[in-house]
Design a protein around this ligand. Structure first.
Ligand code: NAI
Ligand code: MG
Length: 357
């Protein structure tokens, strides 16, 4: 029997609640599909930071580098600066493990209403590919003359030909694997005339190897309008670290809620484990109330099973999720309902177990 070892890092806030729910669903799924799965739990995050002065131990990556995948909740606490939590944990895993392709599917699940009045469901079905290793979040820069009137601060965006080419190639491959075979490359090459122009040039070069994929270019500001006004014209989207970060929150909102959106941080060459997480943060405003929407985490778990080669399990989990979202009595408050994390999780597990297709 196949067996997967998963490193679970719930992190902070509702990260703990949704990862617990995701683990229950994955255990039920493994039993139903006939594979083994075990979880090693790592208590890294803001509480760990308050006790130890670091978000994760120095040999943290060493401890998880041989796992089949990483199942991550969220980081962020009201009393720890966000750049400390983000850089200390999430980016401290993504960048050294070279998880350069951040894949964010968005669609309107059954029973969920898009805030766009012209979207009933099928008109919005996208995958955003976010460059996840460099660009605006490369971490290069500094501050001098702190606190003085002449203080200077820089965040230098780093774009390399190798880094841009590999993520654009990944996006073309992904676009080719989807029915519509359509890719939109997003930049800001009118205002940023160096790196963004290089993106456009590399996109054109890579495109030559994918004659079966229809592709076009958009400036990021105009892209927000197109996503809102003509969502049906988009399919696969590739953009820089910062642009895709923003566009994917917009995408999640247009699909109904941040609480349902999943993401995979992939190292496509599989030299390192990939990391799977819901896109939302630690949501202090609802932590401990038992009402966090676990759907984003279930969808994330489905992406993890697909990455691990368990397509049938991935599909079964998504069918279970869709059965549950289709029933408004199983919607959590972010979707306008009154269901709890517990009730949604129980319903998804029942749907996993009862699905005989
Ligand atoms: P957030 O995603 O935590 O919350 C935004 C809003 O959406 C809140 O009103 C929250 O209650 C709601 N929400 C989010 N996920 C939900 C879910 N599963 N079910 C129901 N409602 C949900 O973003 P925010 O408030 O900007 O950040 C809070 C903390 O999380 C900050 O410290 C931030 O740095 C961190 N963060 C961490 C991320 C990560 O670890 N990948 C991503 C985004 C934020
Ligand atoms: Mg974000």
């Amino acid at each position: 029997m196949k067996h997967f070892r998963i490193a679970a890092i719930p992190g902070d806030g509702i990260g703990k609640e949704v990862i617990a729910a995701g683990i229950e669903a994955l255990e039920a799924l493994a039993k139903r599909e006939g594979f083994g799965v075990s979880f090693d739990h790592f208590d890294w995050g803001s509480d760990y930071y308050k006790a130890n002065g670091v978000m994760m131990p120095e040999n943290g990556r060493e401890q998880i580098k041989d796992h089949d995948a990483i199942f991550f909740g969220a980081v962020g606490a009201p009393d720890v600066p966000d750049h400390v939590t983000l850089w200390g944990l999430r980016l401290a895993i993504c960048q050294p493990f070279d998880q350069y392709a951040n894949v964010r599917p968005t669609r309107v699940l059954p029973g969920i209403t898009s805030p766009l009045r012209n979207v009933s469901g099928p008109e919005l079905d996208w995958v955003i590919v976010r460059e996840n290793s460099e660009g605006e979040y490369a971490g290069v820069g500094g501050r001098v003359h702190r606190g003085l009137p002449e203080e200077v601060a820089t965040d230098v965006s780093i774009m390399t030909r190798a880094g841009v080419a590999r993520v654009i190639r990944f996006a073309f491959e992904l676009a080719r694997s989807r029915p519509r075979k359509k890719l939109t490359v997003v930049t800001k090459s009118n205002a940023q005339r160096h790196a963004m122009v290089m993106w456009d040039e590399i996109a054109a070069e890579v495109a030559a190897g994918f004659p079966d994929v229809e592709w076009d270019k958009m400036l990021v500001d105009a892209m927000t309008m197109r996503m809102t006004m003509r969502p049906e014209t988009l399919d696969t989207i590739v953009a820089t670290n910062l642009h895709a970060d923003i566009l994917s929150d917009l995408a999640a909102a247009l699909a109904g809620s941040l609480g349902i959106a999943p993401t995979a941080n992939l190292n496509p060459e599989r030299r390192f484990p990939s990391m799977f997480e819901p896109i939302h943060g630690s949501a202090f405003d609802i932590t401990g109330k038992g009402i966090a929407n676990p759907v984003g985490t279930f969808w994330t778990a489905s992406m993890m099973m697909e990455h691990l080669g368990e397509k049938s399990a991935a599909d079964r989990l998504m069918r279970a999720v869709e059965r549950v979202t289709a029933d408004p009595s199983l919607h959590t408050p972010d979707l306008g309902g009154t269901a709890t994390t517990r009730e949604v999780t129980d319903a998804v597990i029942a749907a996993i177990e009862g699905d005989n297709s």
